[in-house]
Design a protein around this ligand. Structure first.
Ligand code: FES
Ligand code: FES
Length: 185
């Protein structure tokens, strides 16, 4: 090899082995399906290629694989409601739903309720300062959203019947007031 060829700079028409091609980024609704993909989940309006096994509880896929930590782990046995998400608009306990059960269905977490956190229920919750520690409140809010969709002007009894999530801080009275406030829009 001559000295001149060693010192020669690559130009636009010379392939440069040191420059690696930049892989195209997948768009939000076209997930990069790989050999490890086990399912595609629709979460908060976006499709995600999931690699967790099909029997993994949805709760851990949301938190550990997708980083959506607004959905909380409480009891793990379908009792407390801290893990509540909306599946096709209905409140469900994510700790007891497997990936295979929710594939192809529309999943909404607290992060997807409103891009600006100004859903009527969220505004009522903030106006009345409902949360104390806050741990149970993602689930509470999503149950309230579903309740108001099916029952736009619920009575106290209907609220108490629907809002059976556990709150160890005892925010039940403020939750009830906030549901009434959210019902007004
Ligand atoms: S963690 Fe799912 S109901 Fe308690
Ligand atoms: S606000 Fe603390 S558990 Fe409900």
């Amino acid at each position: 090899m001559s000295v001149s060829s060693v010192n020669q700079k690559p130009n636009a028409s010379t392939p440069n082995a040191l420059v690696k091609p930049i892989p195209a980024k997948p768009t939000p609704n076209t997930p990069a399906v790989t050999a490890r993909t086990t399912a595609t989940l629709n979460v908060n309006g976006k499709s995600y290629a999931i690699t967790s096994s099909l029997d993994t509880p949805l709760l851990w896929v949301l938190r550990d694989e997708l980083g959506l930590t607004g959905t909380k782990f409480g009891c793990g046995i379908e009792l407390c409601g801290a893990c509540t998400v909306l599946i096709n608009g209905s409140p469900e306990k994510a700790c007891d739903m497997s990936v295979s059960e929710v594939a192809g269905r529309s999943i909404t977490t607290i992060e997807g309720l409103s891009p600006t956190r100004t859903h009527a229920v969220q505004r009522a919750w903030m106006d009345l300062q409902v949360p104390q520690c806050g741990y149970c409140q993602s689930g509470m809010i999503l149950v309230a959203v579903a309740l108001l969709q099916s029952t736009p002007n619920p009575t106290d009894a209907q609220i108490d019947s629907a809002m059976n999530n556990l709150c160890v801080c005892g925010t039940y009275q403020r939750v009830r007031a906030a549901v009434h406030k959210a019902a007004l829009g």
